[in-house]
Design a protein around this ligand. Structure first.
Ligand SMILES: [Zn+2]
Length: 462
């Protein structure tokens, strides 16, 4: 239905713009099976440069100048960005003002883009962030705002999976187009900003204090983290993860009790263990930003967003694993969320096994109890309600355990590392995983995995 509505809106808009070239066949969305309205097929945003000003932390008001470096993988008659954010004050194309329209959740820029000729598109915006209702939870996705208390400044943070980033930034909002980010976040003095990537500068300006972050490796738009508030930054000793040095830092709200902070002291140990299975950590830095609302934890890139209520080692392991699976290896379609959630859930077993036989047995028993005699489904989701259901997490993890059982620990470990390495920054579908299983592990192993992926009933438990 969304696809129909969008096609209609574009047809009307084509008339309004008087653009004869806007034929109905123009590809304007990525073609996602779950969210057909998101993204633009043929558009490759390689970098977002975001100068973001948060004049009053804890409110929904923001100002930004966003420069997208864009290229086309096929001739595009116009640029169609996902956007439900603050009022647009102007758009430039390689520095020259250009016309734009807002319609049906899109910011349409009426310029053709040819393959081989990149462009820089700058959007200036100001005002309250937009609202994107979460499909499952009673929250709006995107820019979260918690008012301050007494003299304490308020807090803002991003919470965007699957499609909330468009509530505050114009983006090609599909995980199949991951991009690098530079973020310059300006906040009042006394307030701290944190974001995905490595902090490279802190500067005082007449408007306050500007924190700069570089996220050089591409990440999906939904995984972008920005946190603003009276945060305490805790730096920890760097760790070697799969042969790569990773800087560690966490952020806590003031007054966070010792028992909430304690599990984060194990982040380095967790990354090292995961690196033994998954290979080199894909980014330059990692850590968590703790938030107070009772939301689910979210694997925002290089800086997981961890509610106080989820501040335990098991959730830290899960979100850390997503840095490989989801953030570095991006989804090619939302119907494949089990490629994120099954792998991250499986990491919980890898951690438990490193703690001892009892812990591992308990995790496996909990998985069995949660899937036996319950509804199940093939792993590729068909509806939004299936994206984050028990099958995506637990059946997905059991599928990997069955594969491991079929091939043994050594080949399984090599397979995980090959998958993480060869699919980094490449939109990945279930078919890609199966094809890799066939070439790396052979047809019998692929058959085991395929049964777990495709069978309408639950295969015999490994
Ligand atoms: Zn997860």
């Amino acid at each position: 239905m969304a696809l129909l509505a969008w096609g209609l809106a574009l047809a009307l808009l084509g008339g309004a713009l008087g653009q004869g070239a806007l034929a109905p066949a123009v590809p304007t969305a990525w073609g996602d099976r779950i969210y057909p309205q998101l993204g633009q097929a043929g558009l490759d945003v390689t970098h977002y440069d975001v100068a973001l000003r948060v004049p009053q932390p804890g409110t929904r008001t923001l100002q930004a100048e966003v420069t997208l470096t864009v290229q086309a993988t096929r001739p595009l008659p116009l640029l169609s960005l996902d956007y439900l954010g603050p009022a647009v004050q102007g758009v430039t194309w390689n520095g020259a003002a250009v016309r734009y329209e807002r319609a049906a959740g899109k910011l349409l820029i009426r310029r053709a883009l040819a393959p081989g000729t990149p462009a820089r598109v700058t959007v200036r915006l100001a005002g309250p962030a937009g609202r994107v209702p979460d499909p499952d939870l009673p929250v709006d996705l995107g820019w979260q705002a918690l008012p301050g208390q007494g003299t304490q400044p308020g807090v803002n943070f991003t919470f965007s999976e699957p499609d909330g980033t468009r509530a505050f930034l114009p983006v090609n909002d599909h995980p199949g187009d991951p991009a690098a980010f530079t973020l310059r976040v300006t906040v009042p003095r006394g307030v701290t900003a944190a974001a995905s990537g490595r902090q490279t500068a802190v500067q005082d300006t007449p408007q306050g204090r500007t924190f700069t972050f570089e996220q050089r490796e591409p990440i999906p738009t939904y995984a972008l983290a920005v946190h603003v508030g009276p945060l305490e930054r805790v730096d920890r000793p760097a760790v070697q993860v799969g042969g790569k040095v990773v800087a560690l830092r966490d952020y806590f709200p003031p007054g966070t009790p010792v028992n909430i902070r304690a599990p984060y002291e194990r982040t380095g140990e967790i990354l090292r263990l995961l690196g033994e299975w998954f290979g080199p950590y894909p980014f330059a830095t990692y850590g968590s930003a703790v938030v107070t609302p009772p939301l689910p934890a979210l694997e925002t890139a290089t800086l997981s967003t961890m509610p106080v209520t989820s501040s335990n080692v098991r959730v830290i392991v899960h979100e850390a694993a997503h840095q490989w699976f989801g953030n570095s290896v991006p989804l090619g379609d939302w119907s494949d969320t089990w490629l994120n959630e099954g792998f991250a859930t499986y990491a919980e077993l890898l951690w438990a096994q490193a703690q001892g036989k009892e812990e591992a047995r308990a995790v496996l028993q909990a998985w069995r109890d949660s899937v036996q005699n319950r509804p199940t489904r093939p792993l590729v989701a068909r509806t939004p309600a299936e994206l984050f259901d028990r099958s995506a997490y637990v059946r997905g993890a059991l599928a990997l355990h069955a594969l491991r059982g079929a091939v043994g620990d050594g080949p399984f470990r090599a397979f995980l590392q090959t998958y993480a390495r060869t699919r980094a920054a490449r939109p990945t579908r279930t078919a890609d995983l199966l094809a890799l299983a066939r070439t790396e592990l052979g047809p019998r192993a692929e058959g085991v995995l395929r049964t777990w992926v495709e069978s309408p009933s639950l295969p015999p438990l490994p």
